[in-house]
Each structure stands twice: as C-alpha cells, then as structure tokens.
Design a binder for this molecule. Structure first.
Ligand code: SAM
Length: 288
C-alpha cells in the first residue's frame, strides 16, 4: 500500500473517490511523512497498546499506527470516508473503523473492545472538538495512558501555561490535573491539505497515575474552576457566589479566602491548581 503521507497520493485517492473535503468536520489531511512518523514515535506505541484514533480521514496516520500498535480503533464521523478507509486499511487486520461522532460514543464501552490493553489516543484532531473531547477522554473511565494530538498552537499553549498568562484557564487546569503536557512538534500549515489558517502543534499528555493534588470532590473542584474563569473580569467572590450550581454564598467564599490569608478582591486567574484545590476543599467543608 502506497504511503498516503504526501500530496500526490492523497490527491490521487481523493480524486478516485471524488471526495469533497468538509470544512464543518475540520478536514485538513496530513501530507508530510516526517510529521506522521514523529507523531507516532512521540506516542510511544508498542504492540501491547490499543490506539484510539479520532478522525482517521483517509487513513494516512492509521496506517502508521497499525504498523506499530497491537490494535487500532478509529472513529470517523464522515460516512463519505468509509469506502476510502476500506481500501487504504485493507492490508491491516488489527484496525477497526467505526463510523460515529466521537463526542457521542460511549468511551467506557469502546474501551472494553481493547481486551484489557491500556489505551493511547492519537489524533490529528478536528479543531472544533478539541476541548470537549479531551475533557471527555480524561473524565471517562477508560484505561487511558496518554493522548498525543495535533491541536491549534494557541490551545497547546493554553494546556501548558500557568497563572499570569492570558491563555491560562479552565483547560490548563484540567489538563494539568490529569496529565503532564509536553510539546512534541510545531507543524507548519504546508504539512496539510488543505492548509489550515492557524498554526498547529503536536502535544503529548501523559496521564498521571494519581493527580498531583488531592481534591475531596473532583467534580466540585472543576465546577469551582469553571465558575472562576466564566466571569474572568469579576473577583473570585463574585464569580463563585453568582454561579448557579455551586451552592456557596458570598460569605462562605469570603470566609475561606480569609482562612487562606487572601484578600476578598483576589481573582481566580492568579490561582494555581494547588490553590484551587485548597479553596474547593475548604468550601466543601463549610457547605456541609
Ligand atoms: N487523521 C487524518 C489525517 O491526519 O490526515 C484526518 C485528520 S482531520 C484534521 C480530522 C478528521 O476528523 C476528519 O477526517 C473528520 O472527518 C473527522 N471528524 C471530525 N469531527 C469528528 C467527530 N465528531 N467524530 C469523529 N471524527 C470526526
């Protein structure tokens, strides 16, 4: 099977099937063999692993993954790509293609297909689903070892930054709670067909066995974080007291801030993960 990781072979197969790229699905196919090899290497895949690929497209990266992994499960939303994938993946008996929307798939049930292997997610992500799918993967009960994904460079930065940066927010904290984020490669627009009009970066998120902080209630911690960043220009006291689902009062937030030696005018964007965890643990104790 010819390597699809170049302009000529990708265009040829698209022409053969008269496939029309769909912008709404974030279709920018990789046409650079060096980047493809780099992604697969960075994901540290072995024959022991089951890889979940989100959005295989025409199967370019799937072929590389199938060579390295014991098993590959590829989930593609666009029905029009299925006949192409049947052809390009026909040499591999360790690949299963599912035609579904990854945001609607029961991830825990999908993980059961891995036969007890740990799961590594690898994807050139459609950018419109980056945040929801990363959150869903971490929050699912699948035996997830790592996520190696191509994302918009701005999002890669958001995942790795801390207080003081304008990119810092709920995504930074969620990623850093669950995993160690690292940049693997910066990828120029010329590596895709068609070229995206944003810069892209490959990041590897290696899941921690145990989060670096101890949250008494994970869901509450994330609700506090989201509420703090939802109203960025407000003080933390206002942000939390106005948030519907939290059930905390202004007085309770002020008490906790005082216990922590902080001023009532403090803003959430200055808080580290450790500080958010302490705040949410203390609020929980007060609420009881
Ligand atoms: N992996 C291919 C590559 O690297 O050349 C294609 C990557 S392209 C950026 C994103 C792929 O994700 C497309 O094939 C698109 O149809 C698919 N996709 C978009 N939204 C999806 C969703 N919600 N669930 C599953 N696949 C999706």
């Amino acid at each position: 099977m010819a390597d699809l990781g170049n302009f000529t072979n990708t265009s040829e197969i698209l022409r053969k099937y008269q496939f029309r790229m769909q912008k709404k699905y974030g279709q920018n196919f990789l046409i650079d063999a060096n980047i493809l090899a780099k992604i697969v290497e960075a994901a540290r895949i072995t024959e022991e692993d089951c890889v979940l690929e989100i959005g295989p497209g025409i199967g370019t990266m799937t072929q590389y993954l199938a060579e390295a992994a014991g098993q590959v499960i590829a989930v593609e939303i666009d029905r029009g790509l299925i006949p192409i994938l049947e052809e390009t993946l026909s040499p591999y008996d360790n690949v299963t293609v599912l035609c579904e929307d990854i945001l609607k798939v029961d991830l825990a049930a999908l993980a059961e297909k891995s036969g007890g292997r740990s799961i590594k997610v690898v994807a050139n992500l459609p950018y419109y689903i980056t945040t929801p799918i990363i959150m869903a993967l971490f929050e699912s009960r699948m035996p997830l070892a790592s996520i190696t994904v191509m994302v918009q460079s701005e999002v890669a930065e958001r995942m790795q930054t801390g207080p003081g940066s304008k990119e810092y927010g709920a995504l930074s904290l969620a990623v850093q709670y669950y995993a160690k984020p690292e940049t693997v490669a910066k990828v120029p627009a010329s590596c895709f067909l068609p070229r995206p009009n944003v810069d892209s970066t490959v990041v590897r998120l290696t899941r921690y066995e145990k989060p670096p902080v101890e949250a008494a209630d994970e869901a509450f911690l994330f609700a506090v974080i989201r509420a703090s960043f939802n109203q960025r220009r407000k003080t933390l006291v206002n942000g939390l007291a106005n948030a519907g689902g939290l059930s905390v009062t202004r007085g309770q937030v002020e008490t906790v801030l005082e216990e922590m030696g902080l001023l009532p005018t403090v803003r959430g964007e200055t808080f580290t993960l450790e500080r958010f965890t302490e705040l949410s643990n203390r609020l929980l104790r007060l609420r009881k």
